[in-house]
Ligand binder design. Structure first.
Ligand code: ZN
Length: 302
């Protein structure tokens, strides 16, 4: 049986990566990858707070789900606020429940922050801001990204680079209701790019080669990657200026990368046959599964 991971183990792992007192950390955490932690996500949060100390700041992605527009009657009853849970996982929600948590004022891309610069960062991220503007601000303030997971999918600054270079894609028609400072209910629409996460890990070897990585090592049973946000942003900008398609994944049947960006290949003769083949496969597979289930049920009831 695996021994439980303690808060003290986690503090040691985090320090070994190069986290220092006073650090401003942007966090992306997969709690499941860390393993069995005594005290759960709260213990990892406490370990991180202890590692950065009183002068430090933690910021986690804690975005909320937007709904397809127009909203139905049920969705109109949900008003996003500072405590709306996030889809970003157990760690993000442990941050949200912390008594000293501040949440960014953005209605959908709601980062959760704790520590010295939490309020200042969150107040700057308003309904008028871009979805990832807070990460740009953190990069300017010398923050580090700490990604903890099975595999590192991205370090956050890629979204900032994409915005700064003016890449555009088809917007999703989604939104949420929130209350503005005067208590009026307003609709916030998704107005940022997002992107296909499968392409972002292509930058990681470049972060290593060009001084973006501060530390790499285990956090519990997960892999931790600590990077300089200022440096990863510079590296991404350099690469994307040369090759604007670098962040696209290699899957030629990926709709997001192949078809939705202004600079996507948008080659219907290459894309649609592959896309169709893939969807036909999944369709027949699910149909077979449904058929098998029906047979099994019939057998049970027979
Ligand atoms: Zn893709």
């Amino acid at each position: 049986m695996c021994a439980m991971i303690t808060k003290e183990d986690l503090i040691q792992d985090i320090k070994n990566l190069g986290v220092k007192p006073g650090d401003i950390l942007h966090l992306k955490v997969s709690m499941r990858s860390v393993g069995k932690v005594e005290g759960g996500p709260k213990a990892l949060l406490d370990a991180l707070l202890e590692a950065v100390g009183k002068e430090g700041t933690l910021v986690s992605d804690a975005f909320i789900n937007a709904c397809p527009l127009p909203l139905n009657e049920e969705q109109k009853k949900c008003i996003a606020d500072q405590h709306t849970p996030s889809y970003a996982g157990a760690f993000a929600n442990a941050m949200i429940q912390h008594p000293h948590m501040k949440r960014s004022k953005h209605p959908i891309q709601k980062y959760a922050a704790i520590g010295k610069h939490a309020e200042q960062l969150c107040n700057k991220h308003t309904p008028e801001s871009g979805g990832y503007d807070l990460l740009h601000e953190m990069a300017k303030q010398g923050a580090k990204n700490l990604t903890i997971g099975k595999k590192v999918a991205g370090v956050g600054t890629t979204h900032v680079a994409i915005d700064l270079l003016g890449f555009r894609r088809k917007q999703m028609n989604k939104g949420v209701l929130y209350k503005d400072e005067n208590g009026n209910t307003k609709l916030a629409k998704v107005n940022w790019n997002g992107g296909c996460a499968a392409g972002f890990p292509k930058f990681i070897p470049h972060y290593r080669q060009s001084g973006g990585v501060i530390g790499e090592g285990p956090v519990g049973q997960a892999t931790g990657l600590l990077t300089s946000m200022k440096r990863t942003l510079e590296i991404e900008m350099d690469i994307l200026r040369e090759n604007p398609r670098f962040f696209f994944c290699d899957d030629k049947a990926c709709y997001s990368c192949q078809m939705t960006w202004e600079h996507s290949p948008k080659n219907p003769l290459s894309f649609y046959p592959r896309w169709l083949l893939r969807n036909m496969n999944s369709l027949s597979f699910s149909r077979i599964k449904r058929l098998l289930k029906t047979t099994k049920n019939t057998e049970k009831h027979a």
